[in-house]
Design a protein around this ligand. Sequence first.
Ligand code: G3H
Length: 320
Amino acid sequence: MVVLNPGCELDLGWLNSIHVNTAAVHQRAANLQSRKAVKGPYQAAWLLRAVTCIDLTTLGGDDTDSNVMRLCAKACRAVSEDMLEALGFEAGNIQTAAVCVYPAKVPIAVATLKKMKMENKINVASVATGFPSGQYPLETRLAEIRWAVEKGAHEIDIVVDRSLVINKLWVDLYQEIQKMKEACGSAHLKTILAVGELGSFDNVYKASLVAMMAGSDFIKTSTGKEAVNATIPVGIVMCRAIKDYWTRTGYQVGFKPAGGIRTAADSLAWLIMIKEELGNDWLNNKMFRFGASGLLGDIERQLHHHITGRYASATQFAMG
Ligand SMILES: O=C[C@H](O)COP(=O)(O)O
Protein backbone atom coordinates (compact mmCIF):
# COMPACT_ATOMS: atom_id res chain seq x y z
CA MET A 1 0.00 0.00 0.00
CA VAL A 2 1.40 3.43 -0.86
CA VAL A 3 0.87 6.58 1.17
CA LEU A 4 -2.24 8.04 -0.32
CA ASN A 5 -3.68 10.92 1.60
CA PRO A 6 -2.03 13.57 3.77
CA GLY A 7 -5.44 15.11 4.51
CA CYS A 8 -6.41 18.79 4.36
CA GLU A 9 -8.07 21.52 6.42
CA LEU A 10 -11.58 20.75 7.64
CA ASP A 11 -13.92 22.50 5.19
CA LEU A 12 -17.24 23.03 6.99
CA GLY A 13 -18.63 25.06 4.08
CA TRP A 14 -18.27 22.01 1.85
CA LEU A 15 -19.97 19.79 4.45
CA ASN A 16 -22.86 22.23 4.87
CA SER A 17 -23.50 22.28 1.13
CA ILE A 18 -24.15 18.53 0.95
CA HIS A 19 -27.50 16.93 0.37
CA VAL A 20 -27.64 13.35 -0.91
CA ASN A 21 -30.61 12.44 -3.11
CA THR A 22 -31.66 9.11 -1.56
CA ALA A 23 -34.01 8.10 -4.40
CA ALA A 24 -31.28 8.72 -6.98
CA VAL A 25 -28.81 6.59 -5.00
CA HIS A 26 -31.24 3.66 -4.87
CA GLN A 27 -32.01 4.08 -8.57
CA ARG A 28 -28.30 4.01 -9.41
CA ALA A 29 -27.82 0.90 -7.24
CA ALA A 30 -30.73 -0.88 -8.93
CA ASN A 31 -29.33 0.05 -12.31
CA LEU A 32 -25.86 -1.27 -11.50
CA GLN A 33 -27.24 -4.47 -10.02
CA SER A 34 -29.41 -5.16 -13.08
CA ARG A 35 -26.32 -5.36 -15.33
CA LYS A 36 -25.60 -8.76 -16.89
CA ALA A 37 -23.29 -10.92 -14.79
CA VAL A 38 -19.72 -11.42 -15.99
CA LYS A 39 -19.41 -14.97 -17.34
CA GLY A 40 -16.81 -17.55 -18.43
CA PRO A 41 -13.06 -16.80 -18.41
CA TYR A 42 -13.74 -13.13 -17.64
CA GLN A 43 -15.58 -14.18 -14.51
CA ALA A 44 -12.64 -16.32 -13.36
CA ALA A 45 -10.26 -13.39 -13.93
CA TRP A 46 -12.51 -10.99 -11.99
CA LEU A 47 -12.81 -13.50 -9.15
CA LEU A 48 -9.04 -13.89 -8.93
CA ARG A 49 -8.79 -10.10 -8.82
CA ALA A 50 -11.32 -10.13 -6.00
CA VAL A 51 -9.19 -12.64 -4.06
CA THR A 52 -6.17 -10.33 -4.25
CA CYS A 53 -8.30 -7.52 -2.78
CA ILE A 54 -9.46 -9.44 0.31
CA ASP A 55 -8.47 -8.50 3.85
CA LEU A 56 -8.94 -12.06 5.13
CA THR A 57 -10.51 -11.49 8.49
CA THR A 58 -11.03 -13.17 11.80
CA LEU A 59 -12.60 -10.99 14.49
CA GLY A 60 -14.15 -13.43 16.92
CA GLY A 61 -14.18 -13.37 20.70
CA ASP A 62 -12.96 -16.97 20.44
CA ASP A 63 -9.95 -16.28 18.19
CA THR A 64 -6.89 -18.31 19.18
CA ASP A 65 -3.28 -18.23 17.98
CA SER A 66 -3.97 -21.46 16.05
CA ASN A 67 -6.83 -20.07 14.04
CA VAL A 68 -4.86 -16.90 13.27
CA MET A 69 -2.02 -19.12 12.04
CA ARG A 70 -4.49 -21.03 9.84
CA LEU A 71 -5.86 -17.72 8.54
CA CYS A 72 -2.34 -16.61 7.59
CA ALA A 73 -1.63 -19.93 5.87
CA LYS A 74 -4.87 -19.55 3.89
CA ALA A 75 -4.01 -15.95 2.96
CA CYS A 76 -0.68 -17.20 1.53
CA ARG A 77 -2.28 -20.02 -0.51
CA ALA A 78 -5.56 -18.29 -1.20
CA VAL A 79 -6.39 -20.48 -4.20
CA SER A 80 -5.04 -24.01 -4.55
CA GLU A 81 -2.14 -24.65 -6.93
CA ASP A 82 -4.25 -27.16 -8.91
CA MET A 83 -6.92 -24.59 -9.56
CA LEU A 84 -4.43 -21.88 -10.50
CA GLU A 85 -2.74 -24.26 -12.91
CA ALA A 86 -6.08 -25.18 -14.48
CA LEU A 87 -6.82 -21.47 -14.90
CA GLY A 88 -3.42 -20.84 -16.52
CA PHE A 89 -1.90 -18.91 -13.62
CA GLU A 90 1.49 -19.48 -12.05
CA ALA A 91 1.20 -21.29 -8.71
CA GLY A 92 1.97 -19.20 -5.65
CA ASN A 93 1.04 -15.90 -7.26
CA ILE A 94 -2.37 -15.30 -5.74
CA GLN A 95 -2.52 -14.12 -2.16
CA THR A 96 -5.02 -12.02 -0.27
CA ALA A 97 -3.97 -8.41 0.31
CA ALA A 98 -3.88 -8.66 4.10
CA VAL A 99 -5.04 -10.54 7.12
CA CYS A 100 -7.20 -8.55 9.54
CA VAL A 101 -7.18 -9.40 13.25
CA TYR A 102 -7.67 -7.97 16.73
CA PRO A 103 -4.65 -6.08 18.18
CA ALA A 104 -3.70 -8.91 20.55
CA LYS A 105 -3.37 -11.24 17.55
CA VAL A 106 -0.99 -8.96 15.60
CA PRO A 107 2.21 -10.57 17.01
CA ILE A 108 1.18 -14.11 15.99
CA ALA A 109 0.04 -12.93 12.54
CA VAL A 110 3.32 -11.07 11.97
CA ALA A 111 5.38 -14.05 13.17
CA THR A 112 3.44 -16.54 11.04
CA LEU A 113 3.73 -14.53 7.82
CA LYS A 114 7.43 -14.05 8.51
CA LYS A 115 7.89 -17.78 9.01
CA MET A 116 6.13 -18.37 5.69
CA LYS A 117 8.38 -15.71 4.06
CA MET A 118 5.31 -13.75 3.08
CA GLU A 119 5.86 -10.67 5.25
CA ASN A 120 6.53 -8.50 2.20
CA LYS A 121 3.54 -9.78 0.25
CA ILE A 122 0.71 -9.83 2.78
CA ASN A 123 0.01 -6.99 5.19
CA VAL A 124 -1.20 -7.37 8.74
CA ALA A 125 -4.17 -5.14 9.46
CA SER A 126 -5.32 -4.62 13.02
CA VAL A 127 -8.66 -3.26 14.10
CA ALA A 128 -8.27 -0.72 16.90
CA THR A 129 -9.82 2.14 18.89
CA GLY A 130 -12.23 0.01 20.86
CA PHE A 131 -13.49 -2.03 17.90
CA PRO A 132 -16.37 -2.49 17.24
CA SER A 133 -18.13 0.20 19.33
CA GLY A 134 -15.43 2.86 19.72
CA GLN A 135 -16.97 3.70 23.10
CA TYR A 136 -13.73 4.06 25.08
CA PRO A 137 -11.69 7.06 26.25
CA LEU A 138 -9.63 8.61 23.46
CA GLU A 139 -6.36 7.95 25.31
CA THR A 140 -6.95 4.18 25.42
CA ARG A 141 -8.07 4.19 21.81
CA LEU A 142 -4.85 5.93 20.77
CA ALA A 143 -2.75 3.64 22.96
CA GLU A 144 -4.29 0.63 21.21
CA ILE A 145 -3.19 1.97 17.82
CA ARG A 146 0.37 2.60 19.04
CA TRP A 147 0.57 -0.90 20.54
CA ALA A 148 -0.59 -2.62 17.34
CA VAL A 149 1.85 -0.58 15.22
CA GLU A 150 4.71 -1.36 17.60
CA LYS A 151 3.90 -5.07 17.26
CA GLY A 152 4.18 -4.84 13.50
CA ALA A 153 0.74 -3.98 12.07
CA HIS A 154 1.02 -2.31 8.66
CA GLU A 155 -2.57 -1.11 8.56
CA ILE A 156 -4.89 0.07 11.32
CA ASP A 157 -8.67 -0.19 10.90
CA ILE A 158 -10.09 2.35 13.35
CA VAL A 159 -13.75 2.81 14.22
CA VAL A 160 -15.23 6.28 14.57
CA ASP A 161 -17.24 7.37 17.59
CA ARG A 162 -20.68 7.29 15.96
CA SER A 163 -22.10 9.79 18.45
CA LEU A 164 -19.88 12.49 16.92
CA VAL A 165 -21.50 11.88 13.54
CA ILE A 166 -25.06 11.56 14.85
CA ASN A 167 -24.64 14.85 16.76
CA LYS A 168 -22.85 16.45 13.80
CA LEU A 169 -19.75 17.27 15.86
CA TRP A 170 -17.59 17.46 12.76
CA VAL A 171 -14.71 19.38 14.36
CA ASP A 172 -14.41 16.79 17.13
CA LEU A 173 -14.58 13.92 14.64
CA TYR A 174 -11.90 15.57 12.47
CA GLN A 175 -9.60 16.14 15.46
CA GLU A 176 -9.99 12.58 16.79
CA ILE A 177 -9.19 11.04 13.42
CA GLN A 178 -6.20 13.37 12.99
CA LYS A 179 -4.82 12.14 16.33
CA MET A 180 -5.40 8.54 15.22
CA LYS A 181 -3.56 9.22 11.97
CA GLU A 182 -0.65 10.61 13.97
CA ALA A 183 -0.67 7.54 16.25
CA CYS A 184 -0.45 5.31 13.15
CA GLY A 185 2.97 6.71 12.22
CA SER A 186 3.99 4.92 9.04
CA ALA A 187 1.07 2.44 9.21
CA HIS A 188 -1.90 3.13 6.97
CA LEU A 189 -5.12 4.41 8.43
CA LYS A 190 -8.40 2.77 7.39
CA THR A 191 -11.41 4.48 8.93
CA ILE A 192 -14.54 2.44 9.64
CA LEU A 193 -17.66 4.61 9.59
CA ALA A 194 -20.13 1.92 10.78
CA VAL A 195 -22.60 3.26 8.22
CA GLY A 196 -25.50 1.16 9.53
CA GLU A 197 -25.51 3.33 12.66
CA LEU A 198 -25.15 6.79 11.10
CA GLY A 199 -28.83 7.41 10.37
CA SER A 200 -28.76 8.96 6.87
CA PHE A 201 -26.87 9.07 3.58
CA ASP A 202 -26.09 12.74 4.31
CA ASN A 203 -24.26 11.65 7.47
CA VAL A 204 -22.44 8.86 5.59
CA TYR A 205 -21.27 11.32 2.92
CA LYS A 206 -20.21 13.97 5.46
CA ALA A 207 -18.44 11.46 7.74
CA SER A 208 -16.61 10.10 4.66
CA LEU A 209 -15.41 13.61 3.80
CA VAL A 210 -14.32 14.42 7.36
CA ALA A 211 -12.43 11.11 7.58
CA MET A 212 -10.59 11.90 4.34
CA MET A 213 -9.88 15.52 5.32
CA ALA A 214 -8.35 14.18 8.55
CA GLY A 215 -5.98 11.95 6.55
CA SER A 216 -7.60 8.51 6.24
CA ASP A 217 -5.91 6.40 3.57
CA PHE A 218 -9.02 4.24 3.19
CA ILE A 219 -12.63 4.63 4.25
CA LYS A 220 -14.44 1.44 5.23
CA THR A 221 -18.16 0.84 5.52
CA SER A 222 -18.63 -1.33 8.59
CA THR A 223 -17.23 -3.46 11.37
CA GLY A 224 -19.29 -6.50 10.37
CA LYS A 225 -20.96 -6.29 13.79
CA GLU A 226 -23.71 -3.73 13.03
CA ALA A 227 -27.23 -4.85 12.11
CA VAL A 228 -26.74 -3.35 8.62
CA ASN A 229 -23.26 -3.52 7.13
CA ALA A 230 -21.97 -3.07 3.55
CA THR A 231 -24.67 -2.39 0.95
CA ILE A 232 -24.28 -1.20 -2.63
CA PRO A 233 -26.29 2.05 -2.10
CA VAL A 234 -24.11 3.11 0.83
CA GLY A 235 -21.05 2.11 -1.20
CA ILE A 236 -22.17 4.45 -3.97
CA VAL A 237 -22.49 7.34 -1.50
CA MET A 238 -18.98 6.71 -0.11
CA CYS A 239 -17.48 6.34 -3.60
CA ARG A 240 -19.04 9.66 -4.67
CA ALA A 241 -17.41 11.27 -1.61
CA ILE A 242 -14.06 9.69 -2.56
CA LYS A 243 -14.41 10.97 -6.12
CA ASP A 244 -15.36 14.50 -4.99
CA TYR A 245 -12.46 14.59 -2.52
CA TRP A 246 -10.09 13.43 -5.28
CA THR A 247 -11.41 16.08 -7.69
CA ARG A 248 -10.94 18.87 -5.12
CA THR A 249 -7.65 17.82 -3.53
CA GLY A 250 -5.95 15.49 -6.02
CA TYR A 251 -5.60 12.78 -3.32
CA GLN A 252 -6.86 9.25 -4.02
CA VAL A 253 -8.40 7.51 -1.02
CA GLY A 254 -9.11 3.77 -0.98
CA PHE A 255 -12.43 2.08 -0.29
CA LYS A 256 -13.19 -1.03 1.78
CA PRO A 257 -16.68 -2.48 2.00
CA ALA A 258 -16.89 -4.93 4.90
CA GLY A 259 -19.48 -6.97 6.71
CA GLY A 260 -21.75 -9.62 5.23
CA ILE A 261 -19.90 -9.96 1.90
CA ARG A 262 -20.09 -13.72 1.54
CA THR A 263 -20.56 -14.78 -2.08
CA ALA A 264 -18.65 -14.66 -5.35
CA ALA A 265 -21.68 -12.86 -6.83
CA ASP A 266 -21.43 -10.20 -4.08
CA SER A 267 -17.77 -9.65 -4.91
CA LEU A 268 -18.53 -9.19 -8.62
CA ALA A 269 -21.33 -6.70 -7.84
CA TRP A 270 -18.90 -4.63 -5.74
CA LEU A 271 -16.15 -4.73 -8.38
CA ILE A 272 -18.61 -3.60 -11.05
CA MET A 273 -19.79 -0.76 -8.82
CA ILE A 274 -16.17 0.35 -8.23
CA LYS A 275 -15.34 0.21 -11.95
CA GLU A 276 -18.42 2.28 -12.80
CA GLU A 277 -18.14 4.81 -9.95
CA LEU A 278 -14.39 5.26 -9.51
CA GLY A 279 -12.84 3.68 -12.62
CA ASN A 280 -10.02 1.21 -13.25
CA ASP A 281 -7.54 3.11 -11.03
CA TRP A 282 -9.40 1.72 -8.01
CA LEU A 283 -9.59 -1.90 -9.23
CA ASN A 284 -6.53 -3.09 -7.33
CA ASN A 285 -5.62 -3.83 -3.75
CA LYS A 286 -3.77 -0.54 -3.25
CA MET A 287 -7.12 1.26 -3.59
CA PHE A 288 -9.78 -1.33 -2.89
CA ARG A 289 -10.28 -4.08 -0.31
CA PHE A 290 -13.03 -6.44 0.77
CA GLY A 291 -13.23 -6.92 4.54
CA ALA A 292 -14.51 -10.47 4.70
CA SER A 293 -14.30 -13.57 6.84
CA GLY A 294 -16.34 -15.89 4.64
CA LEU A 295 -15.97 -14.69 1.04
CA LEU A 296 -12.90 -16.61 -0.06
CA GLY A 297 -14.52 -20.04 0.36
CA ASP A 298 -17.39 -19.15 -1.99
CA ILE A 299 -15.01 -17.70 -4.59
CA GLU A 300 -13.05 -20.96 -4.49
CA ARG A 301 -16.28 -22.91 -5.00
CA GLN A 302 -17.17 -20.72 -7.99
CA LEU A 303 -13.69 -21.17 -9.52
CA HIS A 304 -13.96 -24.92 -8.94
CA HIS A 305 -17.27 -24.88 -10.84
CA HIS A 306 -15.70 -22.87 -13.65
CA ILE A 307 -12.92 -25.45 -14.00
CA THR A 308 -14.84 -28.72 -13.48
CA GLY A 309 -18.45 -27.83 -14.26
CA ARG A 310 -19.40 -29.16 -10.81
CA TYR A 311 -20.05 -27.37 -7.55
CA ALA A 312 -17.87 -28.39 -4.60
CA SER A 313 -19.48 -29.34 -1.33
CA ALA A 314 -19.95 -26.61 1.28
CA THR A 315 -17.13 -28.08 3.38
CA GLN A 316 -14.54 -28.53 0.61
CA PHE A 317 -13.35 -24.89 0.82
CA ALA A 318 -14.41 -24.23 4.37
CA MET A 319 -11.55 -21.97 5.45
CA GLY A 320 -11.72 -18.33 4.45
O1 G3H B 1 -13.75 -6.01 8.68
C1 G3H B 1 -14.25 -7.06 8.42
C2 G3H B 1 -15.54 -7.55 8.90
O2 G3H B 1 -15.55 -7.69 10.29
C3 G3H B 1 -15.85 -8.85 8.27
O3 G3H B 1 -17.20 -9.11 8.38
P1 G3H B 1 -17.80 -10.54 7.96
O4 G3H B 1 -17.37 -11.48 9.05
O5 G3H B 1 -19.27 -10.32 7.92
O6 G3H B 1 -17.23 -10.93 6.65
